[in-house]
Design a protein around this ligand. Structure first.
Ligand SMILES: [Zn+2]
Length: 121
């Protein structure tokens, strides 16, 4: 059973860094969509979703499709998913992973347990 969190508290702190695991504050990092084969800009039929603080990014000069974390909060996440689904490299599985990653951050910030019934975690 998935528990749906409130978005009121800690709403600014929901994207977590893949390196340090801490929340990425506004202006301090990006979500990056990369090609699973090359690690660069997605050119194939799928992508990987990663997020890093700028200070933690092991490859800050990579050519990725990037989104500043402060531009992917709340309803903006729906806008991004709608936009990204037009890309040939953004699949429904990628959309699910994007949503679950966002929900994971929300649930963690709120102290909820995340995803008892499968999914990306
Ligand atoms: Zn970090």
């Amino acid at each position: 059973m998935t528990q749906y969190p409130s978005t009121r508290k800690n709403a600014a702190n929901i994207w977590r860094c893949d390196k340090c695991g801490l929340a990425i504050q506004d202006g301090h990092g990006n979500i990056e969509l990369i090609d699973p084969e090359t690690g660069g800009y997605p050119l194939g039929t799928s992508c990987l979703i990663i997020a890093h603080h700028r200070r933690c990014d092991p490859n800050p000069n990579r050519d990725a499709y990037w989104i500043r974390v402060e531009r992917a909060r709340g309803a903006e996440v729906l806008d991004w998913i709608e936009h990204l689904l037009d890309k040939p490299w953004f699949t429904s599985a990628n959309a699910r992973a994007f949503i679950r990653r966002y929900q994971d951050g929300l649930c963690t910030a709120e102290g909820f347990k995340v995803y008892e019934n499968g999914g990306a975690k």
